[in-house]
Design a binder for this molecule. Sequence first.
Ligand code: PLP
Length: 395
Amino acid sequence: MFFNALSAAAPDPIMALSSLCQQDARPSKLDLGIGVYRNEAGNTPIFEAVKMAEQTLLHQQDSKAYVGMQGNLRFNQAMTTLILGDQQPYDRVRTLQTPGASGALRLLADLIARTQPHATVWLSDPSYTNHEPIFRAAGLKVRHYPYFDLATKQINHHAMMSQFAQLDTSDVVLLHGCCHNPTGADLTFTQWQQVTELALHRGFLPFIDMAYQGFGQSLVQDAKGVRYLTEHVPSYLLASSCSKNFGLYRERVGVAMVAGETETVSDHMLSQLICLARNSYTMSPDHGAAVVAHILNDIALKDNWQNELYTLNQRIRHTRSALRQALETRFDKDFRFIEQHQGMFTMMGLSADSIKRLRTEKAIYLLDNGRLNIAGLTSSQVDHFAESLRSVTEE
Ligand code: PLP
């Protein structure tokens, strides 16, 4: 029969780990694998501004007719300003609403494949677990550039730049805009400037994935490197998400942004993206983008959202400090890197055995690569986590 030759697809490692944790009956279990923010009560709350925007939309919306191929234009405009700021001209920038950053990544990967099927996409080593499958699914070649030094828990800047210096116009370099997933180690502004220089000199195409704006230093500070790069290079691709900074994970909302050398090229790029979307899902779901557009175009709601985002950010920072302290009282080691890393994640550099023992003996779930979601820990769980780590690494 038609489908009998199919074997089962491998499950997504992050989702599989999360469902393993859900099935674990031990009350002290901790899901520190999946990249979802949790508050001090262990919940992933809906932003107050989102709730208020939803109430308004419920009363105001008078049609469910198609929005349009590019999505919600007010949303696209507001997201473009949020990411790129209001200092640079947008004449060459085109923005398309997408189903999350995942949708943007796939559309942009398909765009690369359509124009340069033999291009190589360079990902950081390591990178977000779904990057490689997305680019491979689009038929593209994927390679990794040196990024994180597990020994120092810092970026291996020299090795990364040496790799970039060998690239050319057939290469695409994926850069995390901020809050690098999974390491938490971000480029400094000077390093962004140096990468920009090399992109100009070597001609490779920068592709930015910006999934956590506002989770590092601030909305503006987190975008500083991206703004510099996008102002200076002739062409780039950018995927962004509202899953984390608006807490709209399940609404599937994000943008794909493109810039070509001329306005005409940019128009062609956008029209191809629209065509690619039409060939699969036609257009993005409306709700999340309508909510974000409403918030970003209303001074009071925007203020409310920014304040709440700041409290999330501060909770992560406090948890980072508390964890550093809790670990330094138990181990004779320097854990400063936990405070230095940005966003939700940190790479602890644990052995495969420690990660396994944390799971089986302590019901603590970290990704196999040792990524720890700091935003999954509440203050009352920090000591328990540190103590568990001590017991699985020392016994
Ligand atoms: N890019 C990175 C770096 C991510 O960490 C994630 C989600 O975890 C995504 C993209 C996908 O985000 P979305 O939920 O918007 O599809």
